[in-house]
Design a protein around this ligand. Structure first.
Ligand code: ZN
Length: 383
């Protein structure tokens, strides 16, 4: 999951944000379009049109993701929001569709929207051509239409996590009734398509000296990685079913309050727990950081009695925060994508700390569920 660095507000109840890398993409779009348009115009007008075209394309990517998210919300699936980044947009859909029909509808909504935008842009280009005769605006609209059409087709390649992979999963799921096998096949197909894209990109660079091939390599590599985590996620989801975070977390964990020094922490019950990482909370009990024993060991001997631990806290990333009713399998996939995440803090709706999920909790939950046991031992007092 990519973290949004710039919140952009909400559309139809869906939170939209952008990661800084989205600016690189808009810049790249502008440059590519500017070069393309130089055949049909020149001067400042060309670059104004190129910027407008790049922004329209970014809006098209957003519309594609919005279609997924809005449809998912309408089907009662929780959506965290949409993040725009280097490779376009990502919908952060927090739950899995309950049946193949919903799966198919949510997946198909994106490419259908891209295709619709392509048709609208094409109609606008025809209209603009009547007025301006092959001007720079017409050329930009044709470009916008073709990129959207290519996007729709690319996204329909039958490998998860591409939309086409989800469509494939939904169809297989409907035919066999076996969701795990359908998801596994779709993810394997995604890995294969990713590999093919990487090879095609490398061939393009080596055989034709086209640096554009690097983009294909990046895209293929990203797809391969994402398909790999789909594969792991499919297995986990199957095993963990609809187990929620609440069932596996350590409730009411020891937290470091503001103004605590090392002696305060050592006098608390913290040393008697098996935890390696402790959340740091503000005066209202809302976590904002974490500290591990290793961070504390790094404090110079002379400062240990006096230094306020909260000032040393490492910032809590959004990926490290979970709600008690989130699916445990989703949180686990998140952790596996970020091996440097040392613990997940669980907060209630007001942001107050109510639990902690350590890597040990997660491994234990996965192992126990593989044996059909409840994810957490019932005697929590022992920990
Ligand atoms: Zn899509």
């Amino acid at each position: 999951m990519i973290e949004a660095t710039l919140p952009l507000g909400r559309i139809a109840g869906v939170r939209i944000g952008a990661h800084w890398s989205a600016l690189v993409t808009i810049g790249l779009f502008t440059w590519i379009l500017g070069v393309y348009l130089s055949g049909s115009g020149h001067g400042a007008g060309l670059w104004v049109t190129a910027v407008a075209g790049a922004l329209l394309l970014t809006a098209s990517l957003l519309a594609h993701e919005l279609a997924h998210s809005i449809l998912a919300r309408r089907k009662g699936i929780r959506v965290r929001g949409i993040v725009l980044w280097l490779l376009g947009g990502v919908s952060e859909i927090e739950e899995e569709p309950a049946d193949p029909r919903t799966d198919l509808a949510v997946a198909a909504a994106g490419p259908a929207t891209s295709l619709a935008i392509a048709l609208v842009a094409l109609a606008a280009a025809a209209l603009s051509n009547l007025i301006t005769h092959a001007g720079v605006v017409t050329a930009m609209l044709v470009w916008l239409a073709s990129v959207n059409a290519v996007l729709a087709v690319f996204n329909l390649l039958p490998g998860a996590p591409l939309d086409g992979g989800r469509v494939l999963r939904a169809i297989l799921w409907r035919h066999s009734g076996d969701r795990l096998r359908a998801a596994t096949t779709a993810a394997r197909s995604g890995q294969m398509i990713g590999t093919i894209l990487v090879l095609l990109g490398v061939a393009e660079v080596l055989a034709f000296g086209q640096l554009g091939g690097l983009w294909l390599v990046l895209l293929g590599w990203f797809l391969r990685t994402a398909a790999q985590s789909e594969l792991v996620g499919a297995g986990l989801r199957h095993r963990l079913g609809d187990t929620r975070v609440r069932a596996a977390m350590t409730p009411n964990p020891i937290a470091i309050s503001t103004q605590w020094t090392l002696p305060d922490l050592l006098a608390s019950p913290a040393p008697h727990t098996s935890h390696r990482v402790f959340p740091v909370v503000d005066a209202a009990g809302r976590p904002f950081g974490v500290l591990a024993w290793s961070d504390l060991a790094a404090i110079p001997e002379s400062q240990r009695p006096t230094v306020e631990l909260a000032t040393l806290a490492r910032k809590l990333t959004p990926a490290a925060i979970a709600r008690p009713d989130e699916l445990l399998s989703d949180v686990m996939c998140r952790v596996m994508l970020r091996p440097n995440l040392d613990a997940i803090v669980v907060v209630d709706i007001a942001g107050h700390l109510i639990g902690l999920l350590t890597t040990t909790d997660l491994v234990l939950a996965a192992d126990r569920s593989a044996l059909g046991l409840p994810v957490a031992p019932s005697a929590r007092a022992l920990r």
